[in-house]
Design a protein around this ligand. Structure first.
Ligand code: NAP
Length: 248
């Protein structure tokens, strides 16, 4: 197991995180830790993945990015079992469908900003035990200040203000982490998975499919595998998507 590349994915039971777990674990030489806030959803995801053509291995970890106690237990558990993390994919996120006002802002920032930052910081010491560490923040083109302020960009069209603000903050965090960690050979990326099917926007078919516009999250998973496997290393420190990179 310690020979395998150890990949931890937060929010791995659903959508982009699940598709990424499936894509990476379809390759030999990877152990994917499915980090999920609801352990029963994590175990169900693992059972589903075990019916696919797996060449890597899987484990499940309880991890709620909004709960400091859960984060610290998860770090201890991974430290004891593996002694390191080679790839940390900070994927858990929300648009907090159905909420409004202060509740909406609080939930979105609690998960997408505070959670992403605190869980990433907590796992950085284990990443630094890797001979080839990689840290990927799952962001969104909607968080690009450059695209939002460009009237010719399809990504400038409203709404999603609170979600955009959270991903803009996540992008700033990623820039800071890249500057801090690059001399320790950590490859740090922000990555936009594209508009893909998931329950991010809600549970109805209309929300899952983004009114029929959403693509297949397996395409996001393949692009993330390219980063993990080192095929996008020249873009370290950038805000990448499958076919290039975005302005911050
Ligand atoms: N889908 C898209 O079109 C799209 C586009 C751009 C960016 N993204 C980004 O992609 C990432 C994944 O989203 P998705 O589209 O795959 O949505 P999703 O299907 O709703 O998956 C989100 C995952 O995050 C988990 N999560 C939420 N809050 C958490 C917490 N406090 N602690 C731990 N896990 C938590 C969810 O767990 P539960 O199942 O327990 O709720 C779920 O596993 C997000 O960062 C999102 O912003 C998605």
């Amino acid at each position: 197991m310690s020979e395998s590349t150890i990949v931890l994915i937060t929010g791995a039971n659903s959508g982009v995180g699940y598709a990424t777990a499936e894509t990476i674990a379809s390759q030999p030489g990877y152990h994917v830790i499915l980090a999920c806030r609801d352990i029963s959803k994590g175990n169900q995801a693992r059972s589903r993945l075990e019916t696919t053509n797996l060449k890597g291995t899987l484990s499940v970890l309880q991890l709620d990015v909004e709960d400091d106690n859960s984060i610290s237990k998860a770090v201890n558990s991974v430290s004891e079992k593996f002694g390191r993390v080679d790839v940390f994919i900070s994927n858990a996120g929300t648009t907090s469908p159905g909420s409004t006002g202060r509740d909406r802002l609080q939930k979105i920032f609690s998960t997408n900003v505070f959670g992403a930052m605190l869980v990433s910081e907590a796992f950085i010491p284990l990443l630094l035990q890797s001979s080839r560490p990689c840290l990927i923040q799952i962001s969104s083109a909607l968080g690009s200040v450059g695209l939002a302020s460009d009237p010719t960009s399809e990504h400038s069209i409203p709404p999603w203000d609170e979600y955009r603000m959270s991903k803009a903050a996540l992008n700033m965090m990623t820039i800071q982490m890249h500057k801090r960690l690059k001399d320790q050979n950590v490859r740090v990326f922000a990555f936009c998975p594209g508009l893909v099917r998931s329950k991010l926007r809600g549970d109805s078919e209309e929300a899952v499919s983004a009114q029929g516009h959403a693509g297949d999250p397996m395409e996001s998973g393949k692009a993330i595998l390219d980063i993990v496997a080192g095929r996008r290393d020249e873009y370290a420190g950038k805000f990448v998507w499958k076919d290039g990179y975005y302005p911050w």
